[in-house]
Ligand binder design. Structure first.
Ligand SMILES: [Fe+2]
Length: 266
C-alpha cells in the first residue's frame, strides 16, 4: 500500500505501510500504544485463528504545542487509531471494545466523537443491561463522516474494508474506559463475521436472547454543528467550546438527543 496523507485530520500526518504515522512539518510525534492480537483473544469469535503481532495502534493526545493549554483547559483530547486490514479467521479486525466512565455527579457516561479519516468502519454501539445489552446500533462510516457515541453506550469499531482504517476521536481527556464487561462476555452482543453473501452480524450467545440491531449509515451531526467532510482536528481546536458535550453531557442532554434523532435513532 502506498503512503497516504491523512488530509481528513487537518494535520500533517502520513500513514506508512505498517500502520505507523509520520508526524510532519514539526507536529510533535506521539509514540503509539500497541494492541497485540493476544489482548483481543478474550473478545474474538475464534481466538485460535488470530494472527501474531499487532492488531492496531493508538496515538493518543495528538496536538500542536500552541493548542495544548487550551485543550487541557477544556479537558479535551484528540486521538488517532490505526487499524490495518486483517482477519482472525472469519472475523475482520476490530477494537477490543469498552464502556465509558460515568461523569461524576451525573447519571450519564461520557460520550465520544469519532471521525473516519480513511478506510471503512462499522461502529457497533450497545447499551448495557442486566443480561448484557438492551440495544444495539451499527453505524457504517466512510471517510469524512462523524459518528457520535452517545452517553450510555459501549462501543467496538470494526475495519470492514480492504485497506487500513484510520479513525480519529475527540474525548474528555481524563476518564478511564472499562474493558471488563466486553471481556467477560467474549466481545460485544454481535460478532461481525464473513458470511456467504458478505459481512454478517452474528449474535454472541453470551448475551442470551439476541436484541434487534438497528443498522444505519453514519449521518450528519447537525445538532452538534459538525459538517461532514470538515477535518476533525481543526473542528475541535478552533472552538473547543463546541465540544463541551464531551465533558459535560448533562448540560447538552437535549442537543445530544437531537443529534441522535437526526439519524432516525430515538
Ligand atoms: Fe470509547
Amino acid at each position: 500500500m502506498a503512503e497516504v496523507d491523512l488530509v481528513n485530520t487537518g494535520l500533517p500526518l502520513r500513514l506508512g505501510d505498517g500502520g505507523q504515522l509520520y508526524f510532519r512539518e514539526g507536529l510533535p510525534a506521539v509514540q503509539p500504544s500497541l494492541r497485540p492480537w493476544e489482548e483481543l483473544r478474550p473478545v474474538l469469535k475464534d481466538p485460535g485463528s488470530r494472527p501474531e503481532g499487532t492488531a492496531y495502534l493508538m496515538y493518543r493526545d495528538v496536538c500542536w504545542p500552541q493548542h495544548r493549554e487550551s485543550l487541557e483547559g477544556h479537558r479535551l483530547r484528540y486521538d488517532l487509531t490505526v487499524i490495518p486490514a486483517a482477519r482472525a479467521g472469519k472475523e475482520p479486525v476490530r477494537t477490543h471494545g469498552h464502556y465509558h466512565a460515568t461523569v461524576p455527579g451525573s447519571d450519564l457516561t461520557y460520550p465520544e466523537l469519532y471521525h473516519v479519516v480513511c478506510g471503512e468502519a462499522w461502529f457497533l454501539l450497545q447499551r448495557p443491561g442486566p443480561t448484557g445489552a438492551t440495544e444495539v446500533v451499527v453505524l457504517r462510516g466512510r471517510p469524512g463522516q462523524y459518528v457520535l457515541v452517545p452517553p450510555g453506550y459501549g462501543h467496538v469499531t470494526v475495519n470492514v474494508g480492504k485497506s487500513t482504517l484510520v479513525i480519529a476521536n475527540w474525548v474528555e481527556r481524563h476518564f478511564a474506559s472499562s474493558f471488563s464487561e466486553m471481556r467477560a462476555r467474549g466481545g460485544a452482543a454481535y460478532h461481525v463475521l464473513d458470511g456467504p453473501a458478505g459481512l454478517e452480524l452474528v449474535p454472541n450467545p453470551a448475551y442470551g436472547e439476541p436484541v434487534p440491531v438497528r443498522m444505519r449509515d453514519a449521518f450528519p451531526l447537525r445538532a452538534l454543528g459538525l459538517a461532514e467532510g470538515e477535518p476533525s482536528y481543526p473542528a475541535g481546536v478552533r472552538e473547543p467550546e463546541r465540544l463541551g458535550f464531551l465533558v459535560d453531557p448533562g448540560s447538552w442532554r437535549d442537543v445530544l438527543a437531537r443529534a441522535w434523532q437526526e439519524g432516525g435513532l430515538a
